[in-house]
Design a protein around this ligand. Structure first.
Ligand code: CU
Length: 140
């Protein structure tokens, strides 16, 4: 049963433990992401849709949106809208280096140079214990 790993117990008990196998439900993520958008507007002064670039907010151990589809060569901006927590962007499975850990209001800019398909990525400090992961879909 070892292959189940440390999350198996939490899964059986349906306990709300921080665990990447569980993560937040889509409904919880939607609430967190609605708050993230409010925080974004406090920090930046306008809606994220008006950034002129695809924006992913990092807030409460969640990437918002947690699934984003982009075209090859498209620019993406990740921004930390938490108040006190640092976050990073790390396409670990693609062998890319982790970004710097960003403080509140700081950004990671990336021009997508990944093959078409789904690319899981994560936040260096928070993926293991808090399930802070997301997916970037590259679609020509
Ligand atoms: Cu994080």
């Amino acid at each position: 049963m070892r292959a189940w790993g440390p999350c198996a117990g939490a899964l059986l008990l349906a306990a709300a433990l921080p665990c990447p196998a569980l993560g937040a439900s889509d409904e919880e993520r939607r609430q967190i992401c609605a708050e993230a958008e409010q925080r974004y507007q406090e920090v930046v002064g306008k809606p994220s849709k008006e950034a002129g670039v695809a924006v992913v907010m990092m807030y409460k151990y969640t990437f918002c949106p947690w699934r984003l589809t982009v075209k090859p060569g498209q620019a993406v901006r990740w921004i930390n809208v938490d108040k006190r927590t640092t976050h990073s962007v790390w396409f670990k499975d693609d062998g890319l280096p982790e970004s710097d850990r960003k403080f509140s209001g700081e950004t990671v800019e990336m021009t997508v140079d990944l093959p078409a398909g789904e690319h899981a990525y994560l936040c260096g400090p928070h993926w293991e214990r808090d399930g802070m992961t997301a997916t970037l879909v590259v679609a020509p």
